[in-house]
Design a binder for this molecule. Structure first.
Ligand code: ADP
Ligand code: MG
Length: 589
């Protein structure tokens, strides 16, 4: 069955490209043309909605941008279609950047609503512009020619449509399995963790949005030269909903879902357009009602779409371990032992009336392991969030290696060499352990979206995966690297987070309750790893409830209670302190 992974795509591509050689009726070639055009748009939605979690009802508008650019340039200006392809892509990128800048920072349901709004705006703009022919559109679009051959007929344009659709499928598949792809896949589960790994999540929302717009515009360009005429109706909101329906039906998270959805929808649509008017008695776009009902049923009973049923037949892909011997990623310049590393001065965080962290100060030197302890709710995790920029300071300052970082966003602080784990594990459950850890190598690598789509990133990718495996080996988890992170028990998930943090090559490591949920043996192994890291010069700030763990490991301990610093001292001093004992006895027993 693994053979499917290797030959599935070439086989599909060969079959699709050979079809026009068969004596298929023209009707079927036309149908397949539409399916290819729809699949192109759907592929964009797979990335945008399925993978990145950003729902768009407005993709038809981008198809319109591509189609109208093509029509306008070739009819009014007599410019070659091959040039208008680039112009259409350029126009869609421009429109997507403007719309994205305005709408992609919106959260929750506001983004989908915004896509409806601009989908309508673009549609009515197209429909009302004199130079675009208003509702009549533009007639007489010439066919595309390639090397003197006109691709005007159904079979000619068929090959072109499917070359683009298949190339896009390959590009998207390659993208999702890469550095920028991991960043895009991280978007659906919130932004905190990715930002803490140095990733600009907004940037990748824009990337997904622009990519989806470009694929839609290419579809529009092909559509204009296939139909030989454009008018506004195929670019309205109805069609936008239909595109979304296709991917939901096919399987919104999967590249193949785009083809499956486009194919099934086109075939059903034809049947319904004949059948429904007969049942209802008058003609109209009744199929959209049926699509709506089916969409609700699919979302409820098979949220992975029809791919749920086909995907079961394909075993999960086992990543080939091809990174052995890859050169190590460059390492950061590290501070000298004992250098002043972290200065936390009177940091303060208020949540409304609650003072969660109340003017807390402490310092850390390079090579130290410092414990941050205190009863539940004392403000330890909040202090972590203030140091790492996850939360904004209400007051106070934080300096890292002499540089003021208190007003920086978390990804900027991460890039300086501060890395962390979370008390409540944050990961991408549907990515493998190895891929999750490789997220940590993000700031140490460079591959961008286009390079990844062209598969020009393999050298660097091997380096990133080798680094991820090295860090997994450190915590004894190489045997689990191909498992899905979501399938791990809580203890191993925490260890995975440590490996991910180490993968960033940090100078300062902040661990929020790393031993929680670990068994005794695992705790001992973790303590050994942390000692090993210390001996290599790593500085560690550690929140932990297990006192034996903290006492045996730390050089110094800061004790917090009710948001304030209760005391600071060596493990022995803290253990002997009546105030600390009272704090713990008072709240925990
Ligand atoms: P600890 O990690 O020491 O157990 P936390 O830092 O998580 O404590 O929480 C400190 C206090 O701040 C608690 O009272 C908690 O309820 C409150 N708190 C933490 N995060 C938030 C938040 N985002 N909004 C409001 N209150 C919060
Ligand atoms: Mg906490």
């Amino acid at each position: 069955m693994a053979i499917l992974h290797k030959f599935g795509f070439p086989l599909f591509a060969a079959v699709m490209l050979a079809l026009p050689l068969l004596p298929l009726p023209d009707f079927w070639i036309t149908q397949l043309n539409y399916i290819g055009l729809y699949a192109l748009v759907s592929l964009g939605l797979v990335v945008l909605t399925g993978v990145a979690g950003l729902t768009s009802f407005g993709q038809a508008a981008f198809v319109g941008v591509g189609a109208y650019t093509a029509a306008l340039m070739s009819v009014s200006l007599g410019i070659s279609p091959w040039f208008s392809l680039f112009a259409g892509i350029g126009a869609s990128v421009l429109v997507a950047l403007v719309l994205g800048a305005i709408t992609l920072r919106m959260s929750g349901h506001y983004l989908p609503l915004a896509t409806i709004a601009w989908g309508l705006t673009i549609y009515y703009s197209i429909s009302n512009m004199e130079f675009l022919g208003k509702y009549d559109g533009i007639l007489g679009v010439p066919p595309i020619t390639l090397g003197g051959t006109s691709l005007g007929s159904g079979r000619g344009i068929y090959v072109l449509i499917w070359v683009f659709a298949l190339a896009a499928a390959l590009g998207v598949t390659w993208l999702l399995d890469s550095r920028p792809g991991r960043a895009i896949r991280s978007l659906k589960t919130g932004t905190t963790m990715a930002e803490s790994m140095g990733i600009s999540t907004f940037r990748y929302k824009v990337v997904a949005f622009v990519l989806a717009a470009v694929l839609a515009a290419i579809s529009g360009w092909l559509f204009a030269h296939f139909q030989r005429t454009v008018n506004p109706s195929p670019f309205g909101l109805n069609k936008g909903i239909e595109y979304l329906f296709m991917v939901v039906l096919g399987g919104v998270g999967h590249v193949w879902g785009a083809f499956l959805g486009a194919g099934v929808l086109k075939l059903i649509e034809d049947q319904l357009q004949v059948l429904l008017p007969r049942i209802i008695g008058t003609s109209g776009n009744f199929e959209i009602i049926v699509f709506g009902l089916v969409m609700i049923a699919v979302l409820k009973y098979a949220p992975d779409g029809l791919w749920t049923f086909l995907g079961r037949l394909v075993p999960p892909r086992q990543r080939v371990r091809d990174w052995e011997g890859a050169p190590r990623l460059p390492a950061r310049e590290k501070p000298a032992h004992g250098e002043l590393l972290l200065e936390v001065e009177k940091v303060r965080k208020e949540f409304g009336g609650l003072v969660a962290v109340n003017d807390v100060s402490f310092q850390m030197r390079a090579g130290e392991i410092v414990g941050l302890i205190g009863p539940n709710g004392a403000g330890k995790s909040t202090t972590f969030n203030l140091i790492t920029g996850v939360l904004a300071l209400t007051g106070g300052t934080v300096r890292f290696r002499g540089q003021e970082v208190g007003r920086m966003v978390s990804r900027a602080i991460a890039r300086l060499g501060v890395s962390r784990t979370f008390q409540h594990v944050k990961m991408i459950p549907e990515m493998t352990v190895l891929e999750n850890v490789a997220l940590g190598a993000y700031t140490r690598t460079r591959t961008g979206t286009v390079r990844a789509m062209l598969r020009l990133d393999r050298g660097e990718e091997r380096q990133a995966l080798a680094e991820a495996e090295t860090q997994l080996a450190r915590i004894g988890m190489t045997d689990k690297m191909h498992e899905l992170a979501g399938n791990l028990a809580l203890g191993p998930q925490r260890l995975m987070e440590i490996a991910r943090a180490l993968c960033t090559d940090p100078t300062l490591l902040l661990l929020d309750e790393p031993a929680a949920g670990l068994r005794h043996k695992e705790k001992q192994a973790l303590a050994a790893v942390l000692r090993q890291l210390k001996s290599e010069g790593m500085s560690i700030l550690l929140v932990e409830h297990d006192m034996d763990f903290v006492m045996g490991l730390t050089d110094r301990i800061v004790v917090m209670e009710f948001g304030t610093r209760l005391m600071e001292g060596t493990p022995a001093e803290v253990q002997a302190s009546p105030a600390v004992r009272a704090a713990y006895l008072g709240t925990e027993h």
